[in-house]
Design a protein around this ligand. Structure first.
Ligand SMILES: C[S@@+](CC[C@H](N)C(=O)[O-])C[C@H]1O[C@@H](n2cnc3c(N)ncnc32)[C@H](O)[C@@H]1O
Length: 234
């Protein structure tokens, strides 16, 4: 099946400022729901007054974020990189998807907060996942270490520090660590902080300034932006 791109999703400044840039789940690589677990994420319960899904593992993912993570991990053609482990929700979803797809690939996730990583490890044990590997490390340094080891990923979820410099550092490393036609999902791409002068947010600016044009925009899902690496030399 041909991958479906949603180029019209690309958010304008005004749409982000108005909180109107987020999108619900739509498929990229599959038609319909993959299985009941995927279907559950698409319409998962949310906490009262919140857009965050209610899950056994604590986290702050929207339905659109969680269901796209499940789909992209399920369909991944290689190992998965995650920056920003927190308490293990997103890594759990990706680990579950790889397990459900019976794929041998692994999730490698890094967070600089040791306490969160311990919480995430406990979450992975609780969910009986053996395919998620945690690291206490700064996100850019971890990505650089993957480049130095010449590791390539089929999918990457970038959800650590959303400031400009941290995102630039990762954007510049992505061409070296992604497989051809691998996907990258940037969390909080549509966060209102990106159109304010809050220094904690600079995702969209960093991506526009420094992500190689070999990464093609594939759409907005929840508050995330999806890109596919399509290098011209491949
Ligand atoms: C939004 S949370 C990640 C949520 C997680 N992906 C999930 O959905 O369950 C961001 C995490 O990034 C971590 N973090 C912040 N700056 C970082 C950095 N420079 N390198 C690595 N981790 C960082 C924080 O400790 C926090 O746990």
């Amino acid at each position: 099946m041909q991958a479906i791109a949603y180029p019209d999703d690309y958010p304008t400044f005004d749409a982000i400022a108005a909180g109107a840039a987020n999108r619900d789940y739509r498929p990229t690589l599959v038609s319909g729901f993959i299985n009941d677990r995927h279907k559950w994420y698409v319409s998962a319960p949310t906490a009262p007054g919140s857009v965050a899904i209610v899950h056994q593992i604590p986290g702050k993912l929207r339905r659109g974020d969680a269901s796209k993570l499940y789909e992209m991990a399920y369909m991944s053609q290689g190992d998965i990189l995650e920056l920003g482990t927190y308490k293990g929700l997103s890594s759990t979803i990706m680990g579950e998807a790889l397990r459900d797809a019976r794929k041998p690939f692994q999730v490698y996730t890094a967070d600089l907060n040791e306490e969160f990583v311990e919480r995430a490890k406990a979450a992975h044990v609780k969910m009986r996942l053996t395919n998620v590997h945690t690291h206490v490390m700064e996100g850019g340094a971890f990505t650089k270490s993957m480049k130095d080891k010449r590791v390539k990923f089929g999918f990457a979820f970038i959800d650590h520090w959303h400031g400009y410099d941290a995102t630039v550092e990762v954007c510049q490393l992505l061409p070296d660590i992604m497989m051809n036609r691998g996907f990258v999902l940037f969390h909080d791409f549509t966060h209102i902080g990106n159109v304010s002068d809050d220094p904690a947010f600079g995702v969209i600016q960093a991506v526009e300034d420094t992500l190689s044009k070999d990464f093609k925009f594939f759409g907005i899902f929840g508050c995330c932006a999806l890109f596919r690496y399509e290098p011209k030399h491949s």
